[in-house]
Design a protein around this ligand. Sequence first.
Ligand SMILES: Cc1cc2nc3c(=O)[nH]c(=O)nc-3n(C[C@H](O)[C@H](O)[C@H](O)COP(=O)(O)O)c2cc1C
Length: 182
Amino acid sequence: MSDFITIPIQDSHRLVNTGNVILVSAQSQDKKTVTTVAWHMPVSNQPKLLSCALANKRYSLELIKESRCFCINIPEFKLLDAVVFCGTYSGREVDKCKETNLTAVPCSKIHGFYIEECVAQIECELYSMIEAGDHTIMVGNVVDAMAQKHLFTPDGVIDINKVQLIHHLGGTHFGILKSQEK
Ligand SMILES: Cc1cc2nc3c(=O)[nH]c(=O)nc-3n(C[C@H](O)[C@H](O)[C@H](O)COP(=O)(O)O)c2cc1C
């Protein structure tokens, strides 16, 4: 164990979560926001449930509680500036789509919108909410999913030779996946 160092507990999640960053779009009546989320994961196959952890003060959380639905958008690395902006400012104060030139398009199955510039969208109806410390885990039941054709290989996995997603390593550190092994 001599080559090991103690990781501060507050940084321990960085050992397990380097998954690609998503943009969660949420709308309640005419109130809208797009929020950058790194803390997310699938939680069930049948029904197909995906989850994300939102801090209790997030505007997105408030809107999802009201509308009971949300959309997960998958941004490419070239959208990093917009992703950081959406993860810095609250929709309570700014119109994030306007400021970042992201295009909001109405969803097909839920009351909400997706981001046209993203390579995939997943529309979710709120399935359950789990209070977890200063965050709430929003579990969404997938009702529709769309992706650009080039996103997946014939094997049905993301083709990292064609698309570079954003992986959040912590703080202002981001990365991309570089090699695909079978
Ligand atoms: C890379 C990155 C990842 C983030 N991940 C999360 C997350 O998983 N959960 C969360 O609640 N906030 C996360 N944030 C912070 C929110 O995106 C940010 O506070 C945002 O301004 C909230 O917007 P809203 O109030 O309109 O919902 C992240 C920010 C960045 C830059």
